[in-house]
Design a protein around this ligand. Structure first.
Ligand code: NAD
Length: 255
């Protein structure tokens, strides 16, 4: 088992990438704190894991007190925290171009997607230090690396922030046995994107850019997170780990 004796905290773990990662980390021997704004979804994941190996915590990552409390729950319940997966994020249907996007949509997106990662680190890093080190994984996106003609200005800006913040965290904490890496998923067949691309035409518009010609699956991102969480990635820090079906490698897609 690749995560035996480890305690992992995963945000946005009620569904999608976070849920798949919680299930995989538990299979690999970790104790898992399943944190989500949606408590019922988090509890359902804990029930799937079973055996006293996970707890559900209701946390809105954009709130400092909730972020502090989720970290405290990890230490109180399982004695330490070794792996922090800052994964919760939103993609708002009214997030559009700079002219049409309301300030409120910008603020909401930034507060969850970017400030949420900051809060995770603000309260999580001291816990990792107390544990003697650990691994932080932040979920950015391929849009941190590429612009799109179908705009989502706030989302894209927030993910760019996650990626650059990841690099700085990695450098600052490199001598503390704390590694910090970002995963940049490509377009995935999760609720987040399928709700945003809500017509077949919009889905096809995105699919033409993916060399593999399909959306990714949440479990494919969970496997990348497992690599970054485990000691197999012991010399990897500050990395941008693209898991994207080739979208960021492509100039034109194959016929
Ligand atoms: P999802 O919508 O399936 O799941 C997101 C989870 O986060 C949900 O359980 C939701 O309740 C929770 N959540 C939302 N706001 C929260 C908050 N304020 N506090 C705590 N939890 C909150 O999404 P997903 O596709 O699994 O996305 C997970 C991450 O991956 C996000 O950061 C997203 O931006 C990123 N991402 C997704 C894609 C994609 O195509 N789906 C691509 C690149 C990056």
């Amino acid at each position: 088992m690749r995560l035996a004796n480890k305690v992992a905290l995963i945000t946005g773990a009620g569904q999608g990438i976070g849920r798949e990662t919680a299930l995989l980390f538990a299979q690999e021997g970790a104790k898992v704190v399943v944190a989500d704004i949606n408590l019922a979804a988090a509890q359902a994941v804990v029930a799937e894991i079973g055996g006293g190996n996970a707890i559900a915590v209701q946390a809105d990552v954009s709130k400092a007190a909730d972020s502090a409390a989720m970290v405290a729950a990890a230490e109180e319940t399982f004695g330490a925290l070794h792996i922090l997966f800052n994964n919760a994020g939103i993609m708002h249907s009214q997030d559009d171009n700079a002219m049409t996007t309301d300030e409120a949509i910008w603020d909401l997106t930034m507060n969850i997607n970017l400030k949420g990662v900051f809060f995770g680190c603000k309260y999580g890093i001291p816990a990792l230090q107390r544990a003697g080190g650990g691994s932080i994984i932040n979920t950015a996106s391929f849009v941190a690396l590429l612009g799109a003609a179908t705009p989502q200005i706030a989302y894209t800006a927030s993910k760019g922030g996650v990626l650059s913040m990841t690099r700085e965290l990695a450098v600052v904490h490199a001598r503390e046995n704390i590694r910090v890496n970002a995963i940049c998923p490509g377009p995935l067949r999760t609720e987040l994107l399928m709700k945003f691309l809500d017509t077949d035409a919009k889905k096809q518009r995105r699919l033409v850019h993916i060399p593999m010609g399909r959306f990714g699956e949440a479990h494919e991102i969970a496997k990348a997170a497992l690599f970054l969480a485990s000691s197999e990635s012991s010399f990897v820090t500050g990395a941008t780990f693209t898991v994207d079906g080739g979208i960021t490698a492509s100039y034109v897609t194959p016929e």
